[in-house]
Design a protein around this ligand. Structure first.
Ligand code: S3P
Length: 167
């Protein structure tokens, strides 16, 4: 049974949606960011701060290769996983890759209460969000399917994904 892989920008709801999806379909929920933190024994913010983003991307790539080998799991990935082409290729092997989208203001509202995302821990997060969305658009476009989340409930998004998955 193919995995369902959620990719997309920070704050598009990957983790929340993946959890609910896994429960609805009775599949296993996997968060690649959680696995990275477990493996490293420290939070992502600390990995960025102490070891730098290239180191984080290296570990992210190892973990992506690992979770790509699963079967019948709902996998929530980190927002930057798409930047490395080999990650997407690996995830597509046994997975339907679905990109969650949201408009910049929605992303800002959803992420502003949290401080655990080093990339958005800047003076003007909305500018960073706009800049990165533009930069990353061609990478997110490589997913098998796109799902808009702005203005939708988690259950609505989950239902749309189930329809896609069941073909
Ligand atoms: C990142 C997104 C984060 C996490 C790291 C880098 C990114 O995951 O992997 O902070 O580059 O977009 P979420 O999308 O789950 O916040």
């Amino acid at each position: 049974m193919k995995n369902i892989v959620l990719v997309g920008f920070m704050g598009t709801g990957k983790s929340v949606v993946a959890r609910r999806l896994a429960r609805r379909l009775d599949m296993k929920f996997i968060s690649s960011d959680d696995i990275i933190e477990e493996k490293e024994g420290r939070k992502i913010a600390e990995i960025f701060e102490k070891s730098g983003e290239p180191y984080f991307r290296k570990i992210e790539k190892e973990i992506t290769a690992q979770v790509s080998g699963l079967d019948g799991a709902v996998i929530a990935t980190g927002g930057g996983v798409v930047l490395d082409e080999e990650n997407i290729t690996a995830l597509k092997k046994n997975g339907v890759v679905i990109c969650l989208n949201a408009d910049p203001q929605t992303i800002y509202e959803r992420t502003k209460k949290h401080k655990h995302r080093p990339i958005l821990n800047v003076e003007r997060p909305i500018d960073k969000i706009n800049e990165l969305l533009q930069l990353r658009a061609p990478f997110y476009a490589r997913a098998d399917h796109q799902v808009e989340t702005t203005g939708k409930s988690v259950d609505q998004v989950v239902s749309e994904i189930i329809k896609i998955y069941n073909g």
